[in-house]
Write a protein of this length. Structure first.
Length: 170
């Protein structure tokens, strides 16, 4: 915090006033880095309705899973990283939920998607599911398994998935 304050030419107390804490500053930095990535994947998405949403979520998850800085942060400061990224009382999770909810609502407003639940609830479930598969559940062998994550997100969006026996995650 002191180095950042010095680089900006402000006092450390100003940084704390702006961001509240080190976690707040890191959370804002993660959100700032995530927003353009999300905009890119939205622009690259294929399909309409649920298919477009699944494509957006899948592309976004894969970009997060492949982000070296995020991986390094999780490896070096696991507890703090999980707290900052996954806390509903923090900066990151609520903003990601808002971004996801916004694209769901856009598909609804365009008449291309009829969600099985309220958009805000669906967005929250999508984000929490991604957190589990991308960050939390290494013990269950799920961390980083974006293919399985895509299958479960498809189910939440109402897209039927083919089960292929031994290849099925369930």
């Amino acid at each position: 915090m002191q180095a950042i304050a010095a680089e900006l030419g402000v006092g450390r107390s100003t940084i704390y006033r702006w961001f509240g804490s080190r976690d707040g500053l890191i959370g804002e930095a993660i959100v700032a880095a995530t927003q353009p990535v999300f905009a890119e994947v939205c622009a690259e998405a294929h399909g309409v309705g649920a298919a477009a949403l699944l494509d957006i979520f899948d592309r976004f998850n894969r970009r997060l899973a492949d982000a070296p800085a995020l991986r390094q942060f999780l490896e070096q400061e696991r507890d703090a990283a999980l707290r900052i990224i996954t806390s509903s009382g923090g900066t990151v999770q609520p903003r990601i939920v808002e971004m996801i909810c916004r694209v769901i609502e856009q598909e609804i407003e365009a008449g291309r998607y009829d969600p099985p639940v309220e958009p805000a609830d669906l967005a929250y479930a999508i984000v929490r599911l991604a957190e589990a598969y991308l960050f939390n559940d290494a013990i269950a062998g799920m961390r980083g398994d974006v293919d399985r994550l895509r299958d479960v997100e498809a189910a939440l969006l109402g897209i039927p998935q083919r089960r292929t026996g031994a290849d099925s995650p369930l």
